[in-house]
Design a protein. Sequence first.
Lengths: 264, 264, 264, 264
Amino acid sequence: MSTVLKEPAISDALRADLLELARACRVFELEGHGDRSFGHMALRDPEGRGFWMKRAGIGLGEVIDARDFVLVDFDGKKIGGAGGRHGEWPIHSEIFRLRPDVMASAHTHPFYASVYSASEEPLQNIVPRSTNQPHTTPRWEGSADLICTVEQGRSMAEALGPHHAIFLRNHGVVTCGPTIRDPVLIGISLEKMCHEALTINASGLRFSVPGEDELAEKSATGARLDPVITGGRTVWEWYLRKLARAEAQGHPAIATQPVPIGRR
Amino acid sequence: MSTVLKEPAISDALRADLLELARACRVFELEGHGDRSFGHMALRDPEGRGFWMKRAGIGLGEVIDARDFVLVDFDGKKIGGAGGRHGEWPIHSEIFRLRPDVMASAHTHPFYASVYSASEEPLQNIVPRSTNQPHTTPRWEGSADLICTVEQGRSMAEALGPHHAIFLRNHGVVTCGPTIRDPVLIGISLEKMCHEALTINASGLRFSVPGEDELAEKSATGARLDPVITGGRTVWEWYLRKLARAEAQGHPAIATQPVPIGRR
Amino acid sequence: MSTVLKEPAISDALRADLLELARACRVFELEGHGDRSFGHMALRDPEGRGFWMKRAGIGLGEVIDARDFVLVDFDGKKIGGAGGRHGEWPIHSEIFRLRPDVMASAHTHPFYASVYSASEEPLQNIVPRSTNQPHTTPRWEGSADLICTVEQGRSMAEALGPHHAIFLRNHGVVTCGPTIRDPVLIGISLEKMCHEALTINASGLRFSVPGEDELAEKSATGARLDPVITGGRTVWEWYLRKLARAEAQGHPAIATQPVPIGRR
Amino acid sequence: MSTVLKEPAISDALRADLLELARACRVFELEGHGDRSFGHMALRDPEGRGFWMKRAGIGLGEVIDARDFVLVDFDGKKIGGAGGRHGEWPIHSEIFRLRPDVMASAHTHPFYASVYSASEEPLQNIVPRSTNQPHTTPRWEGSADLICTVEQGRSMAEALGPHHAIFLRNHGVVTCGPTIRDPVLIGISLEKMCHEALTINASGLRFSVPGEDELAEKSATGARLDPVITGGRTVWEWYLRKLARAEAQGHPAIATQPVPIGRR
């Protein structure tokens, strides 16, 4: 019954990008965004065929190289790759449709941000940084269910608007940006911001929150001082070095060999 | 004074199941359900002789293979195996008696769920998932004591009803299901749900809780999308790979060699 | 100016006990009771010369064998051993004086119990267990200062009364018992009880606390079922196996070679 | 366009100090003060040329030896060393200017202290110790922004006054002292004090706080008993042994080889 797919061509540049996307998945796992075989990242296909999405059935820490991604078109049809396709593909397709600036996106279930997604109160930035934090994080109120239809994906992408991170109510988060590293760096910062906000609120202590002017000033200062550092490349390279050390030493959630593709 | 037991026959299929049950115990330890030598899992004997229960005196992370289980009949008599029998055998016997659908069960003391067992307020599902979460988790109010009598075990099993997880008030949890992996997957999810609920409540932030309809919808979506994944097999294989990596790297609470059976 | 001490005789039995006491210190470190070079354990000298106390200047995880203890008489004079003597020796001398049943004692700064020591509210036993928990944990209100005088040590030992654990207000804990393992097992349980109590209180959820009758019943059940297990030997052997695995794998806070004795 | 710097002379004593400063950075990372490539330490130049500051672009755990520092003069000009200069150099220059007793300083973003920096309530010392705790920790209210101007640095240093630690509102902490180890030991203690204060406040339990007299008494007792121990040298050596073990075993955030200096 099944059809042998003619495998889509992968240029050297794309192959290198998928290797980077695989490392991005493993950094996410290392930094607490893993949730068993759930969560995924996606990269817009440079030839306009759709997007490359982490295959189903493996954890974020088990994504090794191009073989761990499937090419999915904008209607959700798998048109390349050997593994399974996650049902939540419309998260990515609808962001890519509405946001031409976005090249990479992610959906994960980090502990504190998933807990915070249940809160009706806007996330406050208790400890602003000069780089890689989401400036505004809306909440999609639509459903706690999986986002498996174009309609839901579209609704979520509209709620995201021009931002780079969004809470899915009682579910998790979606992050995105113009480079492969952006969804990861923003997601890691978002998780930390949620942990910080939950901690200071739990303490019952009075606290101050920087205003919009102060947040904008800090971003501007960072960008003026050093756009390479504050743009994330320096931080990203630090994560890649940390990942390499973790892999050399061994980490239970991170694989160094591909997981064989099963029957699906 | 002691009698040499005629060892019960163990078929190849049963031996393989006990090896899986041993792995299940070690996954539980890896995921935070271990409490020194306390806690146990049990498997219904396929020949109706009773059930195979982790032997006493070792931790969940030290269960290696069939030699680490004892066969106990429905009156609590050890009829096979060389180690000690935990006093809380009626937890398992009474569930197996009342629930023909249950093949495997577990009793553990995970941190957050044990804390939550002290609460009189029903557990709310803050971050519902599409797989392996207990849908309803009743609380057995009978006693904080060990469950060492058939009467107590029966009362607990009746409070469990048709569900797959139950809090033991001021004590811990019991989980069960139709396969060996179910008590582990459900137990891990229950611990996380309790951690989530304690965290959001501690924050004092207003939060939303999905209604019954929404929970049912999410389960249905998962099952429709991919019954293999949402049925737990995919997730289980992820845990087994994680366990294998942890064992290759070394983990203080997880043994790779059997602990010799002592004088008891 | 310094005098060469005639080293006290150490019998084979005592040497074995000091080896066990060293392992007890390392288990304490492994289980979160370490605080840099602070904290100590002591063993009553079987020949009545005083007590053997962990030497100053090393962490609990760096205590390897008899060379890491000094013999201190009941007036605080070091009468054997090559290392420094902690200033808080009166904690041990005064317990040994008032409590002939006590053979071993410990003073540590575990995180949650040290935080709890600041609370004026009695510790509630949220998740009672059948073994090794302190039944009543008084609080010494005398001072947050180091206990460096016989007067303070005596006052603390009187507040301890017949119990096996005591909070030192805004400071830490002291535990003791009839065997070398008791202060460690009780200390580990006390830290967990404090973590549990702080967590459930922080949540703001209503919760139930077992009454005195129920606590007594649980202890009695454990003792009736299996006095070896509930008496702590089984659990202790589990910790020793865990320690051996941690040492084989390497742990930053645990040494496997003695730390050379410095100028003091 | 760039000028080849004539490298400043480094005496053997200074080289040894920079090796110690590098170890200090790695201890800080090991103890939870790392935040990717952010945070830095500085040492006053013994020849009055300015101060040696951790180079930009690497994490605290990746500082290996003298090559990982740059010499910066009091106007912020890099006058030696091959790496980038952090923009927050005025934190160090202005402390060194106002505080002749200070030889070493640090700026970090530890989790609990950064959260606490948002609080308007003075930090209470719940569990005073006899060594290396900041006695008073003021809060600089000036801005949550990076401290990149002499004016801001001066304002912060004035708020620090004669103390050894200061909160930067909604940002992080600065610590300093007369030796290389002081900013690290004080920073680690400050982070723990904040964790303790947040925990006891979150619990909602009534608690007691030692008064000023009691805090002074504890410091005096420690100093009288053993100025070497309470002065921090003993504790520091414990951290160095722990670091050596962590490095032998491997730690993802700690490098054992220098990170090559990039284009900046």
